[in-house]
Design a protein around this ligand. Structure first.
Ligand code: NAP
Ligand code: GCO
Length: 264
């Protein structure tokens, strides 16, 4: 059974993985034996990530690449295939959020979120699938969200993107399943990372941010998730253990989607 979860000899590309959820998933995949490759927007963050991987005793390779730039992504994939090997596992993790009331959001801001959170997973998946087919199969894991299922104020672009990413996941599964490519999603709940730091900031009087208290009441586990909570689910979806799981979004949310919320 241990062999079912082994990633020894596999090459894993995790996008936007200098820190946060991407970094935690990369560490987990490395722990199961995968060779780690990651990218970030700036050399400064790639270097920061390389230092963090080194500290975790992971010999990762990092590249500067904007995942929304198709030419840059195609060049990145070609460079990885030349320097490391064909990508066996792709984790489309890079993402942004803009919390702006919809009627105050510009079309440019809306498009920017869609570009990173939905168009980029399309671009990167399209770049890696041909070599996966030639190699006999592969794994694609799209990092979805509670907002793949639910809406909330100020996150219209993000919810539209993550809802679309759920359907892109199902479509890649449908179109490439016959080539032994499994494409699944991970839907994290509310995870304590830089992206959600504004929602957890302590108030001037030292009390919890109202949204922080709200999430605690909405989560049966009564806590925010840690990026490490995603480690096991990621290894599962990257390994042989999930070879007959396709088009599924695995919600790792402490039970939020199952729960009406604690009475105030
Ligand atoms: P984060 O801390 O904001 O990290 C996002 C990463 O993506 C950063 O390394 C960022 O690079 C990179 N990135 C952004 N735009 C990029 C681009 N155009 N090209 C390359 N890299 C880019 O976010 P996180 O909380 O770890 O979230 C990671 C993923 O999980 C996102 O897709 C997010 O939507 C999703 N998610 C997060 C939560 C949560 O509660 N935190 C829950 C559900 C889903 P820079 O540092 O250079 O900007
Ligand atoms: C927000 C949060 C969420 C989380 C995550 C939940 O503003 O509501 O940022 O969107 O990031 O996506 O799954």
């Amino acid at each position: 059974m241990e062999n079912q979860f082994s990633l020894t000899g596999k090459v894993a590309l995790i996008t936007g993985a200098s820190y946060g959820i991407g970094f935690a998933i990369a560490k987990a995949l490395a722990g199961a034996g995968a060779k780690i490759v990651f990218n970030d927007l700036k050399q400064e963050f790639v270097d920061k990530g390389l230092a963090a991987y080194k500290e975790a005793d992971i010999a990762a390779k990092g590249y500067v690449c904007d995942v929304t730039d198709e030419a840059a992504v195609n060049q990145l994939v070609a460079q990885i295939e030349k320097e490391v090997g064909v990508i066996d596992i792709l984790v489309n993790n890079a993402g942004i959020i803009k919390r702006i009331p919809m009627v105050e959001m510009s079309a440019a801001e809306f498009r920017q979120v869609i570009d990173v959170d939905l168009n980029a997973p399309f671009i990167v998946s399209k770049a890696v699938i041909p070599s996966m087919i030639k190699k006999g199969g592969g794994k694609i894991i799209n990092i979805c969200s509670m907002m793949s299922e639910l809406g909330r104020e100020t996150v219209s672009a993000y919810a539209a993107a993550k809802g679309g990413l759920k359907m892109l996941t199902r479509n890649i599964a449908s179109e490439y399943g016959e080539f032994n490519i499994q494409c699944n999603g991970i839907g994290p709940g509310y995870i304590a990372t830089p992206q959600t730091a504004p929602l957890r900031e302590r108030q001037a009087d030292g009390s919890r941010h109202p949204f922080d208290s709200f999430i605690i009441a909405k989560t049966p586990a009564a806590r925010w998730g840690e990026a490490e909570d995603l480690a096991g689910p990621a290894v599962f979806l990257a390994s042989k253990a999930s070879d007959f799981v396709n088009g599924h979004v695995l919600y790792v949310d402490g039970g939020i989607l199952a729960y009406i919320g604690k009475q105030p």
